[in-house]
Design a protein. Structure first.
Ligand code: PLP
Length: 447
């Protein structure tokens, strides 16, 4: 499919009819940014029910790592579906789950033995990590970062500190959770410059939290995204993650990296934490791991996984069809797609950076591989955020046939399938350019 091809007003008549039905029967808690109703998809293109074709730089929120319906993934899914759909890997054995655990042990950046717990989603992967950390250390508290997103089940939600709407009305949340400032170098929480930064934002943990509030020997784990996803595609500098590792080691605290969004090749390495050369104790994995089939994995140092039978399990976790999809996904990532993410990602980042010359709305372009964020501001000096303009740009891009998503207060994320080509990246940059031009022409920026 060649994208984009937009031939109706959006939403088209069939899409509008389905959205009206949805409004009557589907939970209104979902965050639909624009009215896309998919009919089918392939690679990096999506066709809607009215025949409009879009270039996909959202990938179902960073999930379709191998592209939509990659033929090898579809074949593995169909073959496995014909053999058996479910047997509950928590109560019985099947080879696929063992093979996937072996594969995960080989790819996570943890030396020595690794064991995996299988769930169905990112939030379950984090939930299991929190429970494992408490169980393995016998300590009650968890430390995480402001702006972090780790899921919406009650334990993971307590660790999440992204937007108040995600927590409002659901309290009291799990006790024993503390938050510290994240290394947002565009808006440094402690006023340092990225060029000379020594991760001073982490002093808050050492000099404030551990002095006034919390005894480090009662902290089970620090949970961190190497690149904040929902928080705005904020790339923590290597020294932040390295210092965090030193700090956790010094106090016997486990380092849990949430690679749900940043993992599985998206950043040009299998896991984003590898860019910093840091070895975590636990890795939470989901989204891209099975190309769109539901799967969450909590991979941990084998010596930490000492919990007994019955301590934690999931009926559907490690579903055989999802495991089959994951095994093919990992093979495709290793063969070509991680390298493609690095190459096309660099091209995309360079192209978006060059747009900053003519678009004052662009405050910052950042990312690694095909995990790319553009932060919009109303004024480059004051860095006043531009949330309305951000939403308008996302909508203007959609009308032109480009699927992108917001992240954080005023950022846009590009999280395309990792099969995106340089040509497609060029098309995305051109459409984004047009969307910015349209919005800048209709808003009064404080320039
Ligand atoms: N962790 C991170 C970093 C995420 O980005 C997300 C979802 O966006 C989650 C956890 C939760 O994943 P899920 O929606 O599959 O529960």
């Amino acid at each position: 499919m060649k994208a984009p091809v937009i031939q109706t007003a959006l939403p088209g008549p069939k899409a509008a009819a389905l959205i009206a039905r949805d409004a009557k029967v589907v939970s209104p808690s979902y965050t639909r940014g624009y009215p896309l109703v998919i009919d089918h998809a392939s690679g990096s293109t999506v066709q809607d029910v009215d025949g409009n074709v879009f270039l996909d730089c959202a990938a179902g929120i960073a999930v379709n790592s191998t592209g939509h319906s990659h033929p090898e993934v579809v074949k593995a899914v169909a073959d496995q579906a014909g053999r058996f759909l479910h047997m509950s890997g928590t109560d019985f054995y099947y080879e696929l789950q063992v093979r996937l655990a072996e594969e995960i042990a080989a790819i996570v950046p943890i030396e020595g033995g690794v064991k995996s717990f299988f769930g169905n989603s990112g939030t379950e992967a984090v939930e299991a990590a929190i429970k494992l950390a408490r169980f393995a250390t016998g300590r009650p508290n968890i430390l995480a970062f402001l702006g972090g997103f780790h899921g919406r089940t009650l334990g993971a939600l307590a660790v999440t500190a992204s937007k108040p709407v995600q927590r409002r009305g659901f309290g009291p949340l799990m006790a024993g959770v503390y938050h510290a400032p994240y290394a947002d170098c565009y808006r440094c929480p402690v006023g340092m410059k990225p060029e000379t930064c020594a991760a001073e934002c982490l002093d808050y943990i050492d000099h404030q939290l551990f002095v006034h509030l919390l005894s480090p020997d009662e902290v089970a784990a620090i949970v961190v995204e190497p690149i904040q996803g929902e928080g705005g595609y904020i790339v923590a500098p290597d020294q932040f993650l390295q210092r965090l590792r030193e700090l956790t080691r010094a106090h016997g605290i486990l380092l849990v990296v949430d690679e749900v969004q940043s993992g599985m090749g998206r950043t040009g390495k299998m896991f984003a934490i590898e860019h910093a050369g840091v070895e975590p104790d636990v890795v939470a994995i989901a989204k891209g791991v099975a190309s769109g089939m539901p799967l969450g994995v909590t991979a941990a140092r084998a010596d930490l996984m000492t919990w007994p039978p019955g301590a934690h399990a999931s009926t559907f976790g490690g579903n055989p069809v999802s495991c089959a999809a994951a095994l093919v996904t990992i093979k495709l990532l290793k063969d070509r797609l991680i390298a493609n993410a690095a190459d096309v990602g660099a091209h995309l980042i360079a192209g978006l950076k060059s747009l900053a010359d003519k678009h004052p709305l662009i405050g910052d372009v950042r990312g690694r591989g095909l995990m790319v964020g553009v932060e919009l501001v109303r004024n480059r000096e004051t860095k006043e955020r531009a949330p309305d303009e951000r939403n308008a740009v996302v909508t203007a891009a959609f009308r032109r046939g480009l699927l992108i998503l917001g992240a954080g207060k005023s950022s846009i994320r590009f999280s395309p399938p990792l099969v995106l080509t340089r040509d497609e990246a060029g098309t995305a940059i051109g459409l984004f350019d047009q969307a910015l031009t349209e919005v800048e022409a209709t808003t009064s920026l404080n320039l």
